[in-house]
Ligand binder design. Structure first.
Ligand code: NAD
Length: 318
């Protein structure tokens, strides 16, 4: 029997698929420091971001055939070393695209009406009438221009929603010239609208966007720093659900204080899990604790995709 260790858990839908196919799934976490001693019992290791799959773990995994990461990114796995040992390594990047895109647009809706301030200040006993006056300068999304940096899976999902909301879309991606965005209404399968979005220069995107959202992979050097913010419209709303470090947080704080940036929606931070307090507490920051993929639906899709791929790998040979 194939033994699977889902060390950071697996959604019940994925676990069920595996168990129905007669795989044995252990979803009880083995602490990192004990993992190398215990991994020899398993044929498959499933992780999310918490478990580190180091050389020591891989060396000790004498029976390991697959190391799978539920979600996007493989930064917690020594992929090259695992592959050099003949172990298959994969992740499930598509399963959570919609979830992340909805969170990005959620932050945007919230910032546009200052919901983060309303939530904090009313609950803290703020004067209702004064707050009503203070928040009377909200913005509507329809008719505004959204700049999307990184036009892959998540960026294109955001474009789909933005077009549906009546926004203009400006996208930038050095590796994508254009993308066909298919807008489809729920239950009305015959009603389809396909829009071709051609990517533009960053300069144009910075200059013309009312809102900017980032959906590129992690980078060594921030793609948005003080010089880039300077090129943006005053009052721009910035959303980062990509990776901490794609926006320079020092520059962002300064721009939030000066009002150059009107608000920031942040799901990811340079220093997770202890982001800088000045950002979290800034009145014009809407924050969330890296929950882009954390919806019931995305976790279920991730679990089922993991199960399908593991079952396809072993086939009847188990
Ligand atoms: P993707 O690979 O489908 O798309 C990323 C796009 O970025 C690609 O088209 C690529 O060409 C482009 N790109 C690369 N370098 C660029 C640059 N310098 N400037 C502009 N574009 C650039 O990836 P995805 O699935 O859309 O994920 C996007 C980001 O979202 C990743 O950073 C991922 O880690 C992050 N993410 C976050 C969460 C969360 O919980 N917040 C969850 C999933 C993914």
């Amino acid at each position: 029997m194939i033994r699977i260790l889902a060390n950071d858990g697996i959604h019940p839908d994925g676990k069920l698929l595996l168990e129905e196919a007669n795989y044995q799934v252990n979803a009880d976490k083995i602490p990192q420091e004990e993992l190398a001693q215990r991994i020899g019992e398993f044929d498959v290791l499933i992780v999310r971001s918490a478990t580190k799959v180091t050389r020591a773990v891989i060396d000790a995994g004498k029976h390991l055939k697959i190391i799978a990461r539920g979600g996007v990114g493989l930064d917690n796995i020594d992929v090259e070393y695992a592959q050099s040992k003949g172990i298959e390594v994969f992740n499930t990047p598509k399963a959570s695209s919609r979830a992340v895109a909805e969170l990005a647009v959620g932050h945007l809706f919230g910032l546009a009406r200052m919901l983060q301030r309303g939530n904090r200040e009313l609950a803290a006993g703020g004067d209702f009438k004064k707050l009503k006056k203070a928040f009377e300068t909200g913005l509507q999304l329809r008719g505004k221009t959204i700049g999307i940096i990184g036009f892959g899976r998540i960026g294109q999902e955001v474009a789909k929603m933005a077009l549906g909301l009546g926004m203009d879309v400006l996208a930038h991606d050095p590796f994508v010239q254009e993308a066909e965005i298919a807008i489809q209404l729920y239950r009305y399968e015959d009603l389809k609208l396909n829009v071709i979005v051609r990517t533009e220069t960053l300069e144009k995107l910075f200059r013309e966007s009312d809102f900017i959202t980032l959906h590129l992979p992690g980078v060594d050097k921030p793609i948005v720093g003080a010089a880039e913010i300077e090129k943006m419209k005053t009052g721009v709303l910035l959303i980062n659900t990509a990776r901490g470090g794609v926006i320079d947080e020092e520059a962002l704080l300064a721009a939030l204080d000066s009002g150059k940036v009107g608000g920031a929606g942040l799901d990811v931070f340079e220093n997770e899990p202890t982001p800088r307090e000045a950002l979290l507490k800034h009145p014009n920051v809407s924050c969330s604790p890296h929950i882009g993929a954390s919806t019931m639906e995305a976790q279920s899709y991730i679990g089922m995709e993991l199960a399908d791929r593991i079952i396809a790998y072993f086939g009847d040979d188990k």
